[in-house]
Design a protein around this ligand. Structure first.
Ligand code: ATP
Ligand code: MG
Length: 300
């Protein structure tokens, strides 16, 4: 994709002000104009080339992050089922040094987790300085699945949920991310935006191909019945938590190569934009290193 980062921003970054409509973001976007002359195979080859280049750039950016040891990066991935979270993580991170990367998948909270404030379990899993942390699902589940199924809200003080309960959660999340940003963590949030039609195709594929059966779970079909509730919850989440310090990116997810290329590109450009430097060696240390080199080369 020959898009500049500015264009990528304009197309996929959710503004921090004004009304947000999910319908403004096309799940099937595939840079069609640019690639309409290409056959499917040519397009695939082109995408593979792009991803290789992106992976190499990301590996370099990560090395700088690790070496400078001053900042960290938190990548938040949210999506409907079958939107491609796992595949995106696998492809995007396949080129980076595993030592510098921590991945957490958040499932239904345990009873111990439910006995704490809702941010507790996520706080414990934040990336260390110098590292990239990936949250495969995140504290945003607490305003998504929990908003769609309010009976999942744990025990609260008082007998009823307050009227502005959800607004309170958005405010808490914004403050939490503000705190992370101030502490040197870059927060990158991706919503993989798949269409209902393509989700159906991917579910069917999982059911029709025995080697993909393990990927299908009956509960995914159950959640699909709440599609429009989830779309509303996504929209509310974007509207209330896309901020200047931690904006959302809505990534087209009907074409896997588009998703992977965009996510890898955005992560790389964002880390590059942090202006990190490799640590410098002082004159004194350089003298010591030279002395060590002489000692070793003298065979001592
Ligand atoms: P995959 O299906 O690819 O393994 P997944 O992320 O869908 O990955 P599942 O075990 O299928 O993993 O689903 C995890 C479930 O946990 C999801 O339905 C999600 O909505 C739910 N979940 C995650 N966080 C919370 C939360 N804070 N409260 C309630 N449910 C949650
Ligand atoms: Mg699942």
């Amino acid at each position: 994709m020959a898009l500049t980062f500015k264009e990528v921003r304009r197309l996929f970054q959710v503004p921090s002000r004004g009304r947000v409509r999910l319908s403004d973001y096309d799940p099937g976007w595939a840079a069609d104009e640019e690639f309409k002359e290409l056959t499917k195979d040519e397009l695939k080859a082109h995408a593979a080339g792009l991803l290789e280049k992106n992976k190499a750039d990301l590996a370099k950016a990560q090395e700088r992050l690790y070496a400078s040891d001053t900042h960290s990066v938190l990548i938040v991935l949210q999506a409907s089922d079958a939107a491609g979270k796992d595949g995106t993580i696998k492809h995007v991170m396949s080129g980076v040094n595993p030592q510098g990367c921590q991945i957490y998948a958040f499932k239904k909270p345990s009873s111990e987790e439910l006995d704490h404030n809702f941010l507790w379990r996520y706080m414990k899993a934040l990336p260390e300085r110098g590292r990239i942390g990936i949250f495969n699902r995140s504290y945003y589940e607490d305003v998504l699945v929990v908003r769609v199924h309010p009976e999942l809200v744990g025990r609260l003080p008082g007998s009823d949920r307050a009227k502005d309960f959800w607004q309170g959660r958005y405010d808490d999340i914004n403050a939490f991310e503000q705190h992370l940003t101030r502490s040197g963590t870059l927060v990158l949030k991706f919503l993989l935006n798949v269409s209902k039609k393509v989700q159906r195709q991917r579910f069917l594929e999982r059911l029709e191909r025995p080697e993909k059966h393990w990927k299908f779970s009956i509960s995914d079909l159950e959640e699909r019945k709440y599609w429009s509730d989830y779309q509303k919850a996504f929209e509310q989440m974007l509207q209330n938590t896309s901020t200047d310090h931690a904006p959302w990116w809505v990534i087209p997810a009907d074409n896997k190569w588009v998703t992977r290329t965009l996510v890898a590109g955005i992560i790389t450009r964002s880390i590059e934009g942090m202006g990190l430097e490799f640590p410098t060696v002082s004159d004194k240390d350089r003298e010591r290193l030279e002395a060590a080199r002489i000692e070793l080369s003298a065979g001592k």
